[in-house]
Design a protein around this ligand. Structure first.
Ligand code: SF4
Length: 492
């Protein structure tokens, strides 16, 4: 237990920005601090330790970080002993620059040494001096660190960190390094530990899950992992993110279709529908391949919901290129899409490219794209009116509908459903109901429930307990050659 925690427990708060990988890492930061004797600050209270887990993907990421640090300065001035720590991708990129611009920051740590936080906080306090520690490659898999989970019923399980691709708009490889794969046995052990604590759903997480296994030379490793995860007794839902169209193989489609626990939901980033733009993005696939995957997924799983990411206004994108993107969107019939206006990211090849488009051109295309996608999402949702759906009841996903006395849950295809229920339904429980209305970004089910299954996850939600994974003291886990995959049958 660190020295600081010998006095009355100091409180902490972790603020997370960016992607699911940061959400995953923040659960580790909370787990590490609790293992070091800190306790989570109550909602609304100032905390003794504030940790900002940053993202570097968007142009305004810097402004947001320094803006937040500016707001924290007077809080710290009024609270002797308070400490501020900055981690994540922007810390990995900006390093000492952060304490130069915000000298009231106590600790800066990177994406490869998440586990160092408690020791760095101690050292900063002991030496009364800011500690900046950034390492160039992964020390330990964050997944092996203690974790305090956010949800009682759903868990993020990282299968790899880093990325071997070099998409020209993306800063991730520079900040999270080359891909490193976890051993399948460790991943399955983590999933089992979550299921043992009542978790019903896991999301396998990686920058590019389709290349999982490239580290140990097994091209079929991801499909095998999906099947093995789906065989874990008590696990009802398996999801994964993010796949990559260039490496997406048919064995994954078969594993999805043939493993009952794997949800028929696929989030596959398109980024652009134009072959010329995809080439300049260095995305290693073209329109035809992308649509071919969609067709094969739909042939194997007609009920699959497919979502995507699209960037509008990439340097040099012509109106003709943009029309290609609209054409793919019309043909792919995505359930929904995360659409982004291209944002110049210093340090990426695309930021140096000719043909940077004026903001108003990008904005105008963005409006056309989102209007088309909203129309398609709504049409696709209308098809589901009258459909019976099984929902995993969610916490905090429907505040607006809570005012109408509705709860919210996620269907197996990932869609958000606001539903009416008599009392006694808790986040983590499972209900069945019938869709009565469709909206562009959600469904509504106002009829009586067809069934309500109280679950251990629901009990945990009600009790306010969260699954914890104690961290695996394997010492330095050997990156690369995996332990053989245990054949999962009861008792393995
Ligand atoms: S696949 Fe491309 S966009 Fe995704 S993390 Fe890797 S480099 Fe970035």
């Amino acid at each position: 237990m660190s020295s600081a925690a010998q006095s009355p427990a100091r409180t902490y708060r972790v603020r997370t920005y960016g992607c699911q990988m940061n959400v995953h890492d923040s659960e580790r930061l909370s787990g590490l601090l609790e293992a070091a004797g800190y306790t989570a600050a109550a909602e609304g209270d100032d905390a003794d330790i504030v940790v900002l887990n940053t993202c570097a993907v968007r142009e305004n990421a810097d402004n947001r970080l320094y803006g937040n640090l500016g707001h924290l300065r007077p809080v710290k001035d009024a609270r002797p002993g308070m400490q501020i720590a900055v981690g994540g991708c922007l810390a990995q990129k900006d390093r000492g620059e952060i304490v130069r611009r915000a000298p009231w920051v106590d600790v800066v740590f990177g994406t490869h040494n998440v586990g160092s936080l408690p020791a760095l906080l101690d050292r900063a306090r002991h030496n009364a001096e800011a500690q900046v520690e950034i390492v160039e490659s992964l020390e330990v898999f964050p997944s092996t660190l203690p974790a305090k989970r956010d949800s009682a019923y759903s868990g993020w399980v990282s299968i790899s960190v880093g990325c071997n691709n070099t998409c020209t708009f993306c800063i991730v490889p520079a900040l999270r390094g080359k891909e490193k794969d976890r051993r399948p046995g460790e991943i399955l052990a983590e999933v089992q530990a979550l299921v043992d604590q009542g978790v019903l759903e896991v999301t396998l997480l990686g920058q590019n899950v389709n290349s999982y296994g490239s580290d140990f030379g097994d091209r079929g490793a991801f499909a095998d992992l999906l099947r093995a995860t789906g065989r874990i007794e008590g696990l009802e839902r398996v999801r994964f993110t993010s796949p990559h169209p260039a490496m997406f193989t048919d064995d994954v489609i078969a594993a999805m279709a043939e493993t009952p626990a794997v949800c028929h939901q696929l989030h596959m980033p398109l980024q652009s529908g134009s072959d010329d733009v995809l080439k300049r993005m260095r995305r290693a696939y073209r329109q035809e391949r992308y649509l071919g995957i969609i067709d094969r997924v739909r042939a194997a799983m007609p009920d699959a919901a497919i979502t995507t990411d699209i960037i509008v206004g990439f340097p040099g994108e012509t109106e003709e290129d943009f029309q290609q993107t609209l054409e793919v969107v019309r043909r792919a019939r995505f359930a929904s899409a995360f659409t982004f206006q291209y944002s110049k990211r210093p340090g990426t090849p695309a930021a140096e490219m000719d043909g940077q488009l004026p903001k108003e051109v990008v904005q105008e295309r963005y409006i056309r794209l989102t209007a088309l996608q909203d129309e398609i999402s709504w049409d696709e949702n209308r098809e589901l009116v009258g459909r019976r759906v099984e929902l995993l009841v969610a916490a905090g996903e429907g505040s607006k509908d809570a005012a109408r006395g509705r709860l919210s849950g996620r269907a197996r295809d990932g869609r958000l459903v606001h539903f009416t229920a008599a009392g006694g339904v808790r986040p983590g429980d499972v209900v069945e109901t019938v869709v009565t209305q469709a909206a562009p970004h959600h469904l509504v089910a106002d009829g009586p429930l067809l069934s309500h299954r109280r679950t251990r996850a629901g009990d945990a939600s009600e009790a306010g307990t969260r699954p914890t994974t104690p961290g695996v003291s394997l010492g330095m886990p050997q990156v690369g050659v995996p332990a053989p995959l245990p054949v999962l049958s009861s008792g393995c």
